[in-house]
Design a protein around this ligand. Structure first.
Ligand SMILES: [Zn+2]
Length: 543
């Protein structure tokens, strides 16, 4: 392709690929189809990079990304990708206390497993979705620069005086032997909110130029929207995590860099009456399944850590707020929101035991309570009777060769104890206690330790959210709508008049020729001139 600059007969030097001389409006690209008047006016005849340069690899990449076809394809792929993410619930919607791999497989079978393995469970934060968004953004930017910059330049630099061939090529034209008083016409058109320039015998009236930038404003809005959604990957703008807290525990809130701590004060669990008529599932065999939650609520206290700036320092907490979290009623502080996710009551908190005299079968002394998280080593039952805790496993696995108890986890779900009953002047008695079983270790024991009762921990699972991208998304969307509005409801209208040899008038608009005709005709009428000619009307009349 010819990359030489185009010199017009008027002497103006135009950049390669220009179709209409930027100075006089003559058609200077001979291989251009002269009948496509609307197309040649699209970017005001100026050179579009993707149409004029295709030599280097960069040119080819530019052509690829600036093409509307590429942009639309990428957008369609993004929409399909985003739709995939709504097929099954995303990771942050599943309960926080389950393993996602097993959750997806058990609930949705092999499709669920595949869904998890392909990373669709965290689709909107997956690398391939990010890349897709970036490509869409790049395509929008390339397309906008490719067409927008030449359009902007040619509209900004447009001249008042155009060559008669330029005027002749427009859709609306009028030639007459009578000339118009240009200064009066200027006043007349300014009443219709045109900006009017006069140079010698030529006049240019223009309004609604911003309409031409509608699509580009629109694109800018889209870019801000995309940038906003990509900011979600930066923790300062967006955080989505979870926290598990036992009743009574205080922990730092994840995502706050130890700036805030919360204490789980109390958990409230209310359920509907199992036999109530409203409970349609009351006939389930498993009684636990009959519990239908009416309300579950976490009462909490919020603290600020005054030592958060000193690394490794002990937290220095001061209470700043108290609140409660119910499903769909989050607790809010400093751009963070805490949502009730789920709860767990399977961990034991305390177990209560009694000592029974084997000879009489009666209880001896006081009952004792073992705190399963921090058990005491010795419990006084009576004046000369003690129970010592010799060994303990919170989640019993097996008895090791050396007699100690092995634990599967630190969770207090299946505790086991080796108790020593020590009475003054008598030999110590040992027994192993597990849930629903007890066995004597020493023979001929005088005492048995029996389980009385237990209390459970209530763990609350909270979702921690922060989203500072919402205002950015809102601004992006508003700009997008604004671009759409000015592109749709404002028309870019231009009227040229050249009176060097009689009166030649031509007009162009990007949409609504009917409205433009009405405006011109009402102006022409005041000077008793005939109506403007529309080439489209002529072609309709001919056919
Ligand atoms: Zn020229």
């Amino acid at each position: 392709m010819d990359e030489k600059q185009l010199i017009c007969t008027c002497g103006h030097v135009n950049p390669p690929g220009t179709q209409l001389c930027q100075n006089c409006g003559r058609l200077i690209n001979d291989d251009y189809d002269k009948k496509k008047t609307t197309d040649v006016m699209r970017y005001d005849g100026s050179a579009v990079r993707s149409k004029t340069r295709n030599k280097t690899l960069i040119d080819k990449i530019w052509i690829f990304f600036s093409s509307v076809k590429t942009g639309v394809t990428l957008l369609v792929l993004t929409v399909i990708g985003a739709a995939m993410g709504s097929l099954l619930p995303q990771r942050y919607f599943i309960p926080a206390n389950v393993d996602p791999e097993t959750f997806y497989q058990e609930k949705y079978g092999s499709i669920g497993y595949l869904y998890y393995k392909l990373g669709f469970d965290n689709l909107y934060t997956s690398w391939w979705f990010l890349i897709l968004l970036a490509l869409v953004a790049f395509s929008i930017i390339a397309a906008s620069i490719d067409r927008g910059v030449p359009l902007f330049k040619s509209l900004r630099n447009q001249t008042v005086k155009k060559h008669p061939t330029f005027l002749k090529r427009q859709r609306l034209t009028l030639t007459d032997s009578h000339t118009l008083p240009l200064e009066d016409v200027k006043v007349e058109l300014e009443k219709k909110r045109y900006k009017v320039k006069i140079e010698g015998n030529s006049l240019l009236a223009e309004k609604g130029r911003i309409s031409r930038y509608g699509p580009y404003i629109n694109h800018a809005g889209l870019i801000i929207l995309l940038a906003g959604s990509m900011l979600r990957f930066i923790p300062a703008f967006y955080y989505d995590g979870s926290i598990a807290l036992k009743e009574g525990d205080t922990k730092s809130v994840p995502g706050t860099e130890k700036q805030y701590y919360i204490r789980h004060d109390k958990f409230i669990f209310e359920q509907y009456d199992q036999t109530a008529h409203s409970n349609t599932e009351s006939k389930k065999a498993d009684a636990a399944q009959n519990m239908i939650a009416k309300n579950y609520e976490t009462k909490l206290t919020l603290y600020k850590n005054n030592n958060d700036k000193i690394p490794g320092a002990e937290p220095k907490l001061s209470e700043i707020d108290k609140g409660s979290i119910r499903v769909n009623h989050p607790f809010k502080f400093d751009h963070f929101e805490l949502y009730q996710n789920s709860f767990d009551q399977s961990q034991l908190k305390e177990m209560i035991f009694k000592v029974v005299d084997n000879a009489t079968g009666k209880e001896t002394g006081k009952q004792f309570t073992v705190n399963l998280d921090q058990p005491d080593t010795s419990y006084t039952i009576a004046k000369n009777l003690k129970v010592n805790l010799r060994n303990y496993a919170p989640d019993f696995d097996k008895v090791e060769a050396n007699g100690t108890l092995a634990t599967k986890s630190p969770n207090t779900v299946n505790p086991a104890f080796v108790f020593e009953v020590a009475e003054d002047d008598k030999k110590a008695e040992y027994s192993l206690l597990k849930i629903r079983s007890s066995q004597d270790i020493t023979e001929g024991n005088n005492y048995s330790i029996k389980f009385v009762g237990a209390t459970n921990h209530v763990l609350t699972f909270l979702t921690v959210k922060k989203d500072l991208t919402l205002p950015i998304l809102f601004i992006g969307f508003s700009i997008f709508l604004f671009g759409l509005f000015i592109g749709s409801y404002i028309n870019h209208r231009r009227i040229w008049i050249n009176q060097e040899d009689g009166m030649k008038l031509a007009a162009h608009t990007n949409k609504n020729y009917f409205g433009l005709k009405k405006e011109i005709n009402s102006m022409l009428d005041t000077y008793h001139l005939p109506e403007v000619k529309d080439k489209n009307d002529e072609s309709e009349a001919q056919s």
